[in-house]
Design a protein. Structure first.
Length: 376
């Protein structure tokens, strides 16, 4: 029987928990039931893990990473240049709240409403009916048209990575992986009070090697954990990278007395599969300088890595949207000619024209502004 490494409670069928070594919220699927009890896992989940998950939420959602729950997380607080707020649900931006405006023209009152769902629309109309009992809900609903339009403006969303709580979650990943790999916890037990939040230790830093330490495929985005321990140098460290972008070095011990160990786990978040990587990263104890400050070179490296990831994501989304355009157009034209028994020149011409028009709207989105509110 194993014990929870945080509180030392024996793990049973009743109190053991499924600990994701890499957070499931960011697409992590490596897990174990032999690490933490339910209580300790829940405490991490509500505090440190939540902080790190929120910091990585933009990339998790934008890349549509697959989670055990199967649900996509919504990014909140993205804004246009003029301050209008949107949520981002995977592939699409949605209004952060329904829009409601009252307009009086020539003694006639009009309401301009933009709702995100039919249920939301119905609730707004019910609220209006309290002021206007004569309002016929069905007639009002029929005056609405549901539209899908491209957002013709850039959205910005603030991203922060790091800090005390997030660092605890990242160190926990390193400790989890060591215990899972080495099948012992003696060499890292001095870190448990740090993980509990009872002790401050200077053991983790943003870390961006000057040269690539492993080979990336062209359109690959990965989470990577690389663990190495050397009984002669007495150094045990872990390198962790999220989304091929943010990377950290964790010094698990500088008094390591365990076996020589070298282990790498790499997960492709786009293909949802484990991939093999050869990591070349050797550190000498004297060369390690843990500092939380990010230098100019680090900032440049992060920017370049994020640009690469976003370019990959945007290409995937663009290809997907073009595929959707073609399929929707085929469905539309087919419906118009559903009684035909053969393809005609007119059908091909119509299909070509509709695809061209739809593609132009997609390709030149952002060149114009559109009115998104429906009026009745």
């Amino acid at each position: 029987m194993t014990n929870c490494y945080i509180c030392d409670t024996p793990l049973t069928l009743e109190n053991s928990s499924k600990e994701h070594i890499l957070l499931n919220s960011i697409g992590g699927h490596l897990k174990s039931k032999d690490l933490l009890c339910n209580i300790c896992n829940s405490k991490f989940g509500h505090e440190a893990d939540t902080e790190l998950a929120n910091q990585l939420l933009f990339l998790s959602s934008y890349l549509n990473v697959k989670r055990d729950s199967g649900k996509n997380q919504i990014i909140k607080g993205a804004k246009t240049e003029d301050g209008r707020e949107y949520h981002i649900d995977g592939d699409r931006p949605i209004h952060s709240k329904p829009n409601f405006k009252k307009k009086v023209e020539g003694g006639e009152t009009k309401y301009l409403i933009s709702a995100r769902t039919e249920k939301e629309l119905l609730n707004i109309l019910k609220g209006l009916r309290k002021k206007h009992p004569e309002l016929d809900l069905e007639v009002a609903k029929q005056k609405f048209q549901w539209k899908e339009e491209y957002l013709n403006e850039h959205l910005s969303n603030e991203i922060t990575i790091g800090g005390d709580l997030a660092f605890i979650s990242i160190v926990k990943t390193a400790v989890d992986y060591y215990i899972l790999t080495a099948n012992e916890k003696e060499q890292v037990k001095h870190l448990f009070e740090y993980l509990k939040g009872n002790e401050k230790l200077n053991i983790i830093k943003h870390y961006y090697p000057t040269k690539p330490i492993y080979k990336k495929d062209t359109n690959e985005i990965v989470h990577l954990i690389h663990l190495r321990g050397n009984k002669y140098s007495k150094l045990l460290f872990c390198f962790i990278e999220f989304f091929s972008s943010y990377s950290f070095l964790i010094i698990l011990s500088d008094k390591y007395e365990g076996k020589n160990i070298s282990s790498t786990y790499c997960y492709d978040v786009l293909k949802s599969q484990v991939v093999e990587k050869q990591v070349k990263l050797k550190l000498e104890k004297e060369a390690i300088n843990i500092t939380s400050k990010i230098c100019q070179n680090d900032f440049t490296t992060i920017t370049n890595k994020l640009s690469r990831v976003l370019d990959i994501a945007n290409k995937i989304k663009s290809d997907k949207e073009i595929s959707n355009i073609i399929q929707k157009t085929i469905n539309k034209v087919f419906y118009q000619y559903k009684n035909e028994t053969k393809f005609t020149e007119q059908m091909i011409h119509e299909l070509s024209k509709e695809i061209s028009l739809a593609y132009v709207k997609f390709a030149f989105r952002g060149k114009r502004k559109t009115q998104t509110l429906d009026e009745w």
